[in-house]
Structures are given as structure tokens and as C-alpha cells.
Design a protein around this ligand. Structure first.
Ligand SMILES: Cc1cc2nc3c(=O)[nH]c(=O)nc-3n(C[C@H](O)[C@H](O)[C@H](O)COP(=O)(O)O)c2cc1C
Length: 162
């Protein structure tokens, strides 16, 4: 059984989470696919697909959204896990709902909202301005929900040997 973890990350947090998920199941056949460089992954060759992105101004990356829409029929034949990284905990459910098509959300085996990070060193001027204004902070912070990641991984591979 092969698993693809398909993701996009702006400042590295979603990538960190994707790698952590793969690391936690390192004896399994898992391929990490960054959708910025591999624009058309061959999902036919995977049995399970995990898709993750991050939220900026309320939205997941456009490429994640269109990837899900364009490949919906194929994805509905796979075991699916969906996750987002975001900092507004009070909005995470709404942002998750907006991020993925309803059919895919209904079909997916596991959903995750894994918190996120503000990495000021990687932000451009405008991003710094927005975060300072909206989140009232000008220092880097990490609020990754490692517990939620563990639960996601346990549930996704529950009773699976490979
Ligand atoms: C410019 C900017 C806008 C953001 N907007 C939102 C938002 O609307 N909602 C939210 O929950 N988090 C928001 N975030 C937090 C990101 O989702 C968080 O930084 C996440 O960890 C980014 O992951 P990435 O580095 O993988 O892209 C924003 C972050 C930045 C820098």
C-alpha cells in the first residue's frame, strides 16, 4: 500500500508537518510531494493520499484547491486524509470547510487542524505588516498541535500493517 502526502507550504510549517507525519510512519511506503514543484502527481499509483496546505487570509493555497477539484473523481476512490495549518484556532473549522470540496470532506477518513507558526524571518514586508496588525505580534511563534498530529496519524493508519 502506497501513500502520497501532497502539500504546499509558504514558510515551511506545512512542510514540517508533512515530514513529521511521514517520519511517524517511516516503515511504510510514503512519498512526500510538494505541489509547487510536482504540479501533476501521478495519484493513480497511490492507495492513500494525504493532502495538506496552510491558510492565508482565510484561504488555502489555490493550487491545493484546484488540485482537489480537478482530481476529485480519482481522489474519491482513495483513502484520504486532509489537514490544514493555521493560526486562528477559533476559525479553523470554518477555514477547513472552505479549503476542501464537500464531497472530499465527506469521503475523507481523517481530518486535521494542526495549528501553525508565524515565522517573521521568512515573511515579506506586507506579510509582517498584516500579521502585526491582525495577530498583534511581531515575534516568531510556534503553535503546532503535535497531539492533533499524533491522533491523525494513529487514526489514518489504524489497523493497517503496511
Ligand atoms: C500573511 C499571513 C496571513 C495569514 N492569514 C491567516 C488566516 O487568515 N487564518 C489563519 O488561521 N492563519 C493565518 N495565517 C497563519 C498561517 O496559516 C500560519 O503561519 C501557517 O503556519 C503557515 O504555514 P506555511 O508556512 O506552511 O505556509 C497567516 C499567516 C500570514 C503570514
Amino acid at each position: 500500500m502506497r501513500t502520497a502526502i501532497i502539500y504546499i507550504s509558504k514558510h515551511g510549517t506545512t512542510e514540517k508537518v508533512a515530514k513529521l507525519i511521514a517520519e511517524k510512519q517511516k516503515h511504510k511506503d510514503i512519498t512526500l510531494l510538494d505541489l509547487r514543484s510536482i504540479t501533476k502527481p501521478l495519484i493513480e499509483s497511490y492507495d492513500r493520499v494525504i493532502i495538506g496546505g496552510s491558510i492565508h487570509a482565510g484561504m488555502i493555497q489555490k493550487r491545493i484547491k484546484s488540485f482537489c477539484e480537478d482530481n476529485l473523481d480519482l481522489l474519491l476512490k482513495k483513502e484520504i486524509g486532509l489537514f490544514i495549518c493555521c493560526m486562528m484556532k477559533e476559525k479553523q473549522n470554518e477555514q477547513f470547510e472552505n479549503a476542501f470540496p464537500q464531497k472530499l470532506r465527506d469521503h475523507c477518513k481523517v481530518k486535521g487542524c494542526f495549528g501553525g507558526e508565524f515565522v517573521f524571518e521568512k515573511m515579506n514586508f506586507l506579510e509582517k505588516l498584516i500579521v502585526k496588525k491582525v495577530a498583534q505580534t511581531d515575534i516568531s511563534i510556534s503553535q503546532i498541535d503535535y497531539e492533533a498530529i499524533n491522533l491523525f496519524v494513529d487514526e489514518f493508519w489504524k489497523n493497517k500493517k503496511n
